[in-house]
Ligand binder design. Structure first.
Ligand code: NAP
Length: 236
């Protein structure tokens, strides 16, 4: 039976690499992307299907779920990868316009809930549904106040709090789905050179994709409700 995955924000960066790596394992890796031209081009590069999917557009998300149902009848893996960063010019939480914070939450938080709820009926039809939320170490509240950490100078109120919210969303869905085969985990890809940081990361997008692929393909005795990076579990 075909294993089918949907990856949001898969036209480039870490999402593209996740789709490529899942595809290399024989999984049908649907490239979700909001821009049709770039999405189709990315999907064609790895020989995978494309679906238009802006995670902030509920109609788009509903249409994507309908299409996946018609084409595949179920969904086995959902990777909530699409994400954005925005910050005020001076980087201070106190000067971030509310509109900026809302915009980041629309994608990084509300988009994840919209997509997950739309895909959940299809994931329930899978014998081994997996949801992986692309979080960040910056969403770790426990790490946020470690002063000798390289993360200390970073104080993006919108982005970091959106990823902290995503972490709790991960826990919430894991609890709801505790007695089902569906496993829900959050991952941190590490600091990867992609467009989100203007290429400043020191890891490749492929390296960053590995942890999501690992959690997407865990077997029945794998974890649920966890937060992981390559080295192991991260503190919330
Ligand atoms: P990226 O290259 O900028 O990719 C972000 C992807 O998200 C793009 O495909 C983008 O599409 C898509 N996207 C943004 N808003 C969307 C929306 N409303 N609907 C659908 N897709 C949308 O950055 P990346 O580094 O690969 O980021 C992927 C994920 O990893 C993000 O959630 C990010 O927070 C997380 N992450 C990255 C790092 C890092 O160091 N790079 C570290 C920790 C976590 P467009 O091309 O259309 O904009």
């Amino acid at each position: 039976m075909t294993t089918t995955a949907l990856i949001t924000g898969a036209n480039k960066g870490i999402g593209f690499e996740i789709a490529r790596l899942l595809g290399a394992r024989g999984i049908t890796a649907i490239v979700g992307a909001r821009d049709e031209e770039r999405g189709k081009a990315a999907a064609a590069r790895i020989g995978q299907p494309y679906i238009r999917l802006d995670v902030t557009d509920a109609a788009d998300v509903r249409a994507a779920a309908r299409w996946i149902e018609q084409e595949y009848g179920k969904l086995d893996i959902l990777i909530n990868n699409a994400g954005i960063v925005d910050r005020p010019e001076d980087g201070r939480p106190s000067t971030a316009p509310l509109e900026l914070v809302r915009r980041v939450f629309e994608t990084n938080v509300f988009g994840v809930i919209t997509v997950t709820n739309a895909m959940l009926p299809l994931l329930r039809r899978s014998p081994a549904g997996r949801i992986v939320n692309q979080s960040s170490e910056l969403g770790s509240i426990a790490r946020g106040l470690v002063q000798d950490s390289p993360l200390w100078p970073i104080n993006d109120v919108a982005y970091s709090s959106s990823k902290a919210a995503l972490n709790m969303i991960t826990v919430s869905y894991a609890k709801e789905l505790w007695d089902t085969p569906i496993k829900v985990n959050a991952v941190d890809p590490g600091w990867c050179a992609t467009d989100i940081n203007a290429g400043a990361g020191y890891r490749t997008a492929e390296e960053g994709a590995a942890i999501a692929v690992r959690l997407a393909t865990i077997d029945a005795d794998g974890p649920t409700g966890g937060f992981f990076q390559d080295e192991g579990p991260l503190p919330w």
